[in-house]
Design a binder for this molecule. Sequence first.
Ligand code: IPM
Ligand code: MN
Length: 368
Amino acid sequence: MIPNKTLLLLPGDGIGPEVMAQARRVLDWVQSSGRASFTIFQDHAGGAAIDAYGVPVTDATVAKAKEVDAVLFGSVGGPKWDSVPFAIRPEAGLLRLRAELQVFANLRPAKVFDALVESSSLKPELVRGLDIMIVRECIGGIYFGEPRGIETLPDGSRRGVNTEVYTTREIERVGRVAFDLARKRQGRVCSVEKANVMESGLLWRQVMTALQAAEYPDVSLGHMYADNCAMQLAKNPKQFDVIVTGNLFGDILSDLAAMLTGSLGLLPSATLGARDATGRRPGFYEPIHGSAPDIAGKGIANPMAQILSLALLLRYSFDMEEDAAAIEAAVERVLTTAGRTPDIAAPGRAAISTTEMGDALIAELAAL
Ligand code: IPM
Ligand code: MN
């Protein structure tokens, strides 16, 4: 009996549906191999859900997301929803899904494909072979901290408030994910905060230090202030193996790290929760790029980040390492031999469409 897995696809807005359609073709390829069968559900999220249901994610969608084995997410947001109330903007749907699923560890790999070394804005020697893993805490910190809001002061001026807050437990659980990953990589973790200015950062540093001493003496731990980390990423990115940091710094630093690789359109992410007693762990997978409204509907979006997010899903949620590795290898071969979408088109070569890139990938997979 081949295992049956359940999956929820949430393409979202902008280029989300276009790139999700290509990921779906890859899912069909995995099924046709006979190694797994999938029951696939699909629903709206973000702006598309506001249009269809009046909210950026419905309770029913949240319930389904909790029930399935894994969620593959596209991207949300766009100018169309710029004027909806803040509490129901498209991004609020994504944040609610992360929080309800309790996926606290957002893994954002920044890996440079050899074929794309020239696409980076940094010199080739600084990025060739680059392979960083950013572990971003994803359901805490200033994104969710209380108090928050905008209030009107007695003099009529207004005051906006958000709160950066981390507890020992929140720091430890994301820290363990980072240390465990480092053990399978180069064995080095760099913990990032602003312990020089923020108490929450000071606690972060103390907890990471104690955790390493107690449970991970075989992994090396360094600390860096977030501003210095941004500078070091631009100056000498290969010094990093695993970076672990809070929600806001992780959001910013992962965009920076992503750009070092030459294309946001190539970078996937996995967001994982804790294993329960039965070994089940919630998993939420999404590309790092956003909904790119400027190119939505034109058929030119790069589908690879969505497809690589599916590969991570197969690896981390379904334990299908061989299929994940096959997809990653096929992506690399397409980048080397076939055409590319405009975001990464080689100089002097015509760019191809989203669907054509999907065709090339399916052809590579079929040839395996
Ligand atoms: C990301 C995005 C989201 C975030 C937005 C869309 C809410 O920027 O996944 O990095 O800030 O977490
Ligand atoms: Mn971001």
